[in-house]
Design a protein around this ligand. Structure first.
Ligand code: PAF
Length: 280
């Protein structure tokens, strides 16, 4: 496995690979890798000659400096995992390498970012848009791989690819879960053992909500059910629970056609902010 820290070295290496006719799959990450990330690497390996994984904790997508400071950084362990997973290339630039000059461009994703994550984390999707566009331009992959857990990120990037004419295939891979249902996330490692014990309350809430909607409850009743569910577990602070269309992310009042209803949630457990969703 090759590890690059500069844009120029990575570009040169990928140019040589492309001259040999190799296709490139790209998995952008912020490191602190878990099995969910490895499933994206695996999906890329199956469809491409070469898989590139970037590891970069992107400072401009954090609206909260404490969240940025707390974000786990485990480059050495990440590289061991990626090597075992037979990833071909790791790109781990410094912030100075990525932002030699502070970007002045601003992305505004309209209604897509006025809700959920975008509403509670102002500027987050501008930062995501800038770094992902930049990484796409550096790596120039044929295919990209993102996790469904970040549903709004998936939607925003899909929009960016359409608007800016990025031609690569945008693959969205299913959320991987721990045995108790907790969605795998780099942030889970910041949970205390006691918090970890109850963390799957979020997923249980989503499953109950889905069941209630399917059995004919109104969206208002389902919202009330979720409030009651979190009242049972005061260690959590529910930030939002939204019933939305899976592509537009706008609130819906009834179940949508198959695969188009999404239940999205964000909640704090202690200092850790967890998000999750189910689509049906
Ligand atoms: O999902 C993430 O880990 C990040 O938002 C991404 C896509 C790597 C951009 O920094």
């Amino acid at each position: 496995m090759q590890v690059f820290h500069t844009i120029a070295d990575l570009r040169y290496y990928l140019l040589l690979q492309r001259l040999q006719g190799k296709s490139v799959g790209f998995v952008p990450t912020m490191g602190a890798l878990h099995v969910g990330h490895l499933s994206l690497i695996e999906a890329s390996r199956l469809a491409n000659d070469l898989t590139v994984c970037s590891i970069f904790v992107n400072p401009i997508q954090f609206n909260n400096p404490d969240d940025l400071a707390r974000y786990p950084r485990t480059l050495e362990a990440d590289c061991v995992m990626l090597d075992i997973a037979r990833c071909d290339v790791v790109f781990a630039p410094s912030a100075e390498e990525m932002y030699a000059e502070k970007p002045v461009l601003k992305f505004d994703f309209g209604d897509l970012e006025r809700v959920m994550e975008g509403k509670f984390r102002p500027g987050h999707f501008n930062g995501v848009g800038i770094v992902v566009a930049k990484l796409f331009n550096i790596v120039q992959p044929e295919r990209t791989y993102f996790g469904q857990k970040d549903l709004q990120q998936v939607a925003v990037i899909r929009r960016m690819m359409i608007d800016l004419g990025f031609q690569m295939e945008h693959n969205v891979c299913a959320t991987l879960r721990e045995a108790d249902g907790l969605a795998m996330s780099s942030r889970n490692r910041n949970l205390t053992p006691d918090e970890r014990q109850i963390a799957s309350h979020i997923y249980k809430g989503l499953c109950n909500a889905k069941e209630a909607l399917v059995s004919g409850k109104t969206t208002a009743e389902v919202q009330e059910g979720m409030t009651a569910h979190f009242a049972e577990q005061p260690a959590f602070r529910l930030e939002y629970f939204e019933i939305v269309h899976a592509h537009t992310l706008q609130t819906v009042e009834a179940i949508q056609p198959i695969g188009e209803t999404a239940l999205c949630i964000a909640a704090y457990l202690g200092k850790v902010r967890l998000i999750d969703n189910v689509i049906f």
